[in-house]
Design a protein around this ligand. Structure first.
Ligand SMILES: [Zn+2]
Length: 482
């Protein structure tokens, strides 16, 4: 018991050391663990259950918008990756190779997929003949490998899980519409499912996907004031179509290259949930992504198994039948220990029930987010729990929006910009000249990068670049980022 108490209180306070806190939460809440392979993580059942809830909701949205799932090989012949020059240059430093198989050296090295444009483009070249074959709207759920030097569970690991959408279209307009539609879909899902507000925008040239015409991203603000890129959607133009020779006979009988897109979100979203909502006691999960939305803790003296447990089981079954994810903690531990255990694991609602409650036909409900408690009648309990969960989901989003607003500032001059980046971390919106060299200098000076720029942002009239004073072409969202 003493050992378990220590286990729970071992989380470093968030305000003291955010990175340490993050790792503590990941490990103590049993979301993930380090593996024998450096840079790779084991996603444990509780962490995987969160990912599954994200995955299932996103899969429904992907299908609702007309896409279908398929699967392509993990291994990609090296020569295919080499076909798109910018693409290969962007990924070369992170590529893992297979050189031997079946006890023999391979004639051609195989790349372990870092992303699948090359292999999917190769197949599209075979499948597309005429405009009638378009659009192709495919998605793949898979793992990818990008060799990383510095890793952190969920946020940056050598192998991670994701979905990658790959579409091919007849016109440039269709491809752009698709790219932007997916960006909206991602943003809506982050808000509604993860209670995480995001900033939608376009990436600068230096931050865009290797080989894309343009990249759009969603950016979220974590509890330490650092930004996290939570998803990207790329308009590939005809770059990959030309590299992989994906052509079709157009309606006017001419031979054309298709217009492509690709887009993805990853297991990084689990890390985003931790860092958006967590507190000193550990995880705080939005109900929509909580593996258990309610934990029932029976209270009572020695004979609670006889007096309280049957009623607790009955309540568990009722809530489960109402579609609520419930667990009943029947372990032989003190209720107080169970409370901190489930708080640490972020369960949105705790339901306490003891002999006195049973006499009064009521239970006690305690919210994880605000720690408010209220007595509630067992009659109509499921409806009450449902509305409390909805309320928690909503108030977590509101809290995150307020936090972001409080940590978003404007800067028109470089001194203000630097002072803001040093003092109060968060987003800084500032005019920028559009030059890569200037962007790089800002990063050197302050560690801040351009996260993205507003989607329909016209050049701010009469404004000068925050660093170099040249005419600004955009108002960029800067932040230190993960
Ligand atoms: Zn500049």
């Amino acid at each position: 018991m003493a050992q378990k108490d220590a286990f729970v209180t071992e989380i470093t306070p968030r305000s003291q050391d955010f990175s340490r806190w993050y790792i503590d939460v990941v490990r103590r809440a049993e979301l993930a663990d380090y593996s024998p392979v450096k840079g790779c993580m084991v996603i444990r059942p509780y962490g995987y259950a969160i990912w599954e809830l994200i995955q299932q909701a996103l899969d429904r949205e992907i299908k609702r918008t007309g896409h279908v799932n398929a699967y392509f090989p993990l291994f990609i012949p090296e020569s295919l990756l080499m076909k798109e020059a910018e693409h290969v240059e962007g990924f070369a430093p992170q590529v893992a190779y297979v050189t031997h198989g079946g006890g023999e050296e391979l004639e051609e090295k195989l790349v372990v997929r870092p992303t699948s444009e090359a292999i999917i483009g190769t197949m599209y070249a075979k499948w597309v003949q005429s405009w009638r074959d378009l659009p192709i709207l495919l998605n793949q759920w898979a793992n990818v490998v990008r060799w990383e030097k510095v890793t952190r569970p969920f946020l940056r690991t050598t192998e991670f899980l994701w979905q990658e959408g790959h579409t091919a279209h007849e016109t440039a307009e269709e491809a752009e519409t698709e790219t932007r539609m997916i960006l909206d879909l991602y943003a809506d899902l982050c808000a509604s499912l993860m209670a995480m507000p995001v900033v939608k925008g376009i990436k600068s040239e230096s931050e865009k996907f290797a080989g894309a015409l343009r990249t759009y991203s969603i950016e979220a603000l974590m509890g330490d004031g650092r930004a996290l890129q939570a998803g990207t959607s790329h308009n590939l133009g005809q770059n990959f179509a030309k590299a992989f020779d994906i052509t079709f006979q157009a309606r006017d009988k001419s031979l054309q290259h298709v217009w492509g897109t690709s887009w993805g979100v990853t297991t990084r979203l689990v890390g985003a949930i931790i860092m958006t909502h967590g507190d000193d006691s550990g995880l705080v999960l939005p109900p929509a992504v909580a593996p258990y939305q309610v934990v029932i803790v029976p209270i009572g003296r020695e004979n609670w198994r006889e007096t309280v447990l049957p009623k607790a089981q009955e309540i568990r079954d009722q809530l489960t039948a109402a579609g609520i994810r419930v667990t009943l903690d029947e372990r032989d531990e003190r209720p107080g220990w169970k409370f901190s255990e489930w708080e640490m694991r972020g369960v949105p609602l705790r339901l306490e029930i003891g002999p006195k409650d049973i006499e009064k036909s009521q239970v006690l409900l305690a919210r994880r987010d605000t720690r408010e408690k209220q007595g509630v009648s067992i009659d109509g309990l499921a409806g009450h729990v449902r509305s409390l969960l909805d309320n928690i989901q909503k108030s977590l989003l509101e809290r995150a929006i307020t936090f972001r607003e409080e940590h978003t500032h404007r800067a028109e001059d470089y001194d203000t910009f630097k002072a803001t980046m040093e003092g109060r971390p968060g987003f800084v919106i500032a005019p920028w000249c559009g030059e890569a060299g200037c962007e790089a200098q800002i990063k050197t000076d302050t560690q801040a990068t351009i996260r993205n720029m507003p989607l329909d942002g016209a050049a701010p009239s009469g404004k000068s670049c925050v660093r170099c004073g040249k005419p600004a072409v955009a108002e960029a969202w800067f932040a230190k980022a993960y």
